[in-house]
Design a protein around this ligand. Structure first.
Ligand code: ADP
Length: 487
């Protein structure tokens, strides 16, 4: 594309003369005879070079220059004037003029100036392009750096990077806390110094220089926690090893859970095996005809076996409930909220025969106009049923029960209190564990499998509620459930 030149001069002769000279040399030339025309052309066309006469009929050359400047044009400019003096030169330079061409000038002078200005414009453009690229690169680099830094900082895992000289070049907050130092303190610290404290022998071994495979993993104990540690060697573009990245994921809870599972299965097997053994012995009395040929003497044995089978069926039902709650994990949000007064009345009614059988005095107090509770009806009844069932079982005959529901501190508080045998304070923390039962003389003859409270706790907590217990041996217990109301 030819270099585009705009010639701004009010004298026709000068304009056309310049145009002729430039066009002969292959330049694309437009002319303007005043400032207005020049600005119109500059607004609609791109020019590489503008030759501006100092004195124009409407606006003078300096004002035109300042208008061009405010338009941030890339055009290189040259002022043509017959009255070149130092003041004009200074004023024009302030407005950003690139060159001066005093009149009269020869065609060669003109061509020399235009060529220089065209080159000047090209250089200016290239410099601008480079500046923009540089700016964009710096911005990208800064963004990338801060993104990486905040990513590493926000990681839940501990991260540490060492260079080839085995100095720490990065450690996030989690790692620093683990090593008992600040991330900045760790920077450039030799790794052996960073790991000099007690309890990091495992990490030192993992990062030792003797063997350096691409990746090493191990499970390590640091203090009371168990970590899954991984060391990866990272490389530069040329393939050379630059350093190593150590990450530590806290797997204490996972390990604990993994250890819980076999314990749970062992207890479950025991819970099945002992009643099955008892049922077999009871049936054997009949199959071996130990009590003669008549059916009558065997009936109490068969009834006991039947009772044991009932307990086993109950156990299977509770185990299924437990696994269903664990599988669902969160409560079904689409379940309609519970009308507490109705649900309490229905549940208590269901237990009336048992209450009567144990001659208990049961009081039900439900505050009027309670809001609905944010929990499904079935779940609510299972919770209350379990608590009430326990209160009845663990109460002495003729004792007292109180079931109440009220609003307290923005929650719905449901309480089940009994004047029963109570719970030893040292057992309270374990009360909600699966299969936990207090082994006391008073509980020996009371049926149960230790799953009820585990189910209750899970149901309460998965709706965001809380369960607490207060108990005194020989005096009684209070189980307190707080649930969110529907606002
Ligand atoms: P269980 O089927 O044995 O009743 P739970 O999980 O319901 O199982 O209760 C666990 C244990 O907590 C019971 O075995 C009992 O020792 C104790 N417990 C629960 N509720 C009461 C209560 N109201 N009074 C005294 N002890 C209780």
């Amino acid at each position: 594309m030819p270099t585009r030149v705009l010639v701004i001069d009010d004298e026709y002769g000068v304009r056309s003369g310049i145009r002729q000279i430039l066009e002969l040399e292959g330049y694309a030339v437009e002319v303007a005879e005043n400032g207005r025309q020049a600005l119109d052309l500059l607004d609609t066309h791109n020019f590489d070079v503008a030759l501006i006469d100092y004195q124009l009929p409407d606006i003078d050359g300096l004002t035109l220059l300042s208008s061009m400047r405010s338009r941030k044009l890339a055009t290189s400019t040259c002022m043509i004037t017959a009255y070149a003096n130092i003041d004009t030169a200074i004023a024009a330079t302030r407005q950003g003029v690139d060159f001066f061409l005093p009149k009269p000038f020869s065609p060669d002078d003109l061509l020399g100036v235009v060529e220089t200005l065209a080159r000047h414009k090209l250089l200016k453009e290239e410099a601008e392009k480079l500046r923009k690229e540089n700016e964009a690169n710096l911005l990208a680099l800064a963004t990338e750096k801060s993104q990486t830094a905040s990513l590493v900082a926000s990681l839940h895992d501990a991260v540490l990077v060492i260079n080839r000289e085995r100095e720490v070049v990065l450690a996030n907050q989690v790692m620093a806390a683990l090593l008992g130092r600040s991330p900045t303190e760790l920077l450039r610290m030799p790794i052996d110094t960073a790991l000099a404290g007690d309890g990091f022998a495992g990490l030192t071994g993992l990062l030792s220089e003797q063997d350096q495979p691409e990746q090493k993993v191990a499970e390590l104990a640091i203090g009371d926690s168990i970590f899954f540690a991984s060391v990866v060697t990272f490389h530069g573009t040329d393939g050379a090893a630059l350093g190593r990245i150590l990450t530590l994921a806290d797997v204490t809870l996972l390990r604990k859970m993994a250890m819980e599972k076999p314990r749970f299965i062992r207890t479950m097997v025991h819970e099945f095996r002992s009643p099955l053994g008892a049922i077999r012995s009871l049936i054997e009395v009949a199959t071996e005809k130990s009590l003669g040929d008549k059916l009558e003497p065997y009936l109490p044995y068969l009834e006991r076996a039947d009772h044991r089978i009932d307990r086993l069926v109950e156990l299977i039902g509770e185990l299924l409930s437990l696994s269903r709650i664990d599988l669902e994990r969160t409560a079904n949000a689409s379940e309609p909220p519970t009308d507490v007064a109705t649900a309490v009345a229905m549940t208590v009614d269901l237990y009336r025969p048992k209450i009567a059988a144990r001659k208990l005095d049961a009081t039900v107090l439900v505050e009027a106009n309670l809001p609905r509770a944010r929990i499904g009806d079935e779940d609510f009844k299972t919770i209350l049923g379990n608590l009430l069932g326990n209160a009845i079982k663990y109460c002495r005959e003729g004792g007292n029960l109180l079931v109440s529901a009220k609003q307290s501190s923005g929650k719905i508080l449901v309480e089940v209190a009994d004047s029963g045998i109570g719970i030893k304070s040292e057992n309270l923390p374990r009360l909600f564990e699966e299969f936990f039962r207090e082994k006391r003389a008073e509980t020996r003859d009371i049926d149960g499998n230790g799953l009820g409270l585990a189910i209750v706790k899970r149901l309460v907590e998965r709706t965001g509620g809380k369960i607490e217990v207060e108990s005194t041996v020989g005096v009684g217990s209070v189980f307190r459930v707080s649930l969110a109301p529907v606002s």
